[in-house]
Design a protein around this ligand. Structure first.
Ligand code: UDP
Length: 156
């Protein structure tokens, strides 16, 4: 397998994470892993934006409930950078249903629901690109080199 590239992914702490006061816990896990925040904001999501974000699920049985939930309270939207960050974040997040997600993952440790599952993470480079441009203007993404990078990554 080729070495993973430095990349940016889109994460969203969902309304249940904000309502339950778990945003700090979630961001802390990302930071402790060594990932770097490149953008972050609190958004009360308009219905149209929610439907655009979840467009691939339009027409499914859970879609209307998902949109109602996603627009019910603010979310925290994050751009997260790191080597292999798209796949790394999906692993940290865990399986969709909190009752089935592995212990040690965000959903496995903190949730019991299939819908109210705390966090969204882009599932591919293509969806990360689409979702980052949907949620952030270029000027909102801050490109900087974290002073911890030399310790987080080995030099090879
Ligand atoms: N979802 C739901 N019921 C389902 C499947 C999905 O409410 O049966 C919601 C859930 O919040 C999930 C989101 O729709 O996170 C998007 O579904 P996806 O299959 O993309 O899961 P994810 O990538 O978030 O694990």
């Amino acid at each position: 397998m080729p070495p993973a590239a430095f990349e940016t992914t889109l994460l969203i702490a969902k309304p249940d994470a904000v309502q339950r006061g778990l945003v700090g816990e979630i961001v802390g896990r990302l930071e402790r892993k060594g990932l770097q925040l490149a953008g972050m904001k609190l958004v009360h999501v308009p219905r149209k934006l929610a439907e655009q974000h979840y467009a691939e699920h339009a027409g499914k049985g859970f879609f209307d409930g998902l949109i109602a939930f996603f627009t019910s309270a603010p979310v925290v939207v994050m751009a997260v950078r790191g080597v292999g960050s798209i796949a790394v974040c999906r692993t940290l997040i865990g399986a969709t249903n909190g009752r089935l997600a592995a212990p040690g993952t965000i959903r496995g440790d903190l949730g019991l629901s299939g819908g109210h599952n705390l966090i969204h993470g882009s599932d591919s480079p293509e969806s990360a690109e689409r979702e980052l441009s949907l949620w952030f203007d270029d000027a909102e993404l801050i490109d900087y080199t974290s002073s911890s990078q030399g310790d987080v990554y080995d030099p090879s």
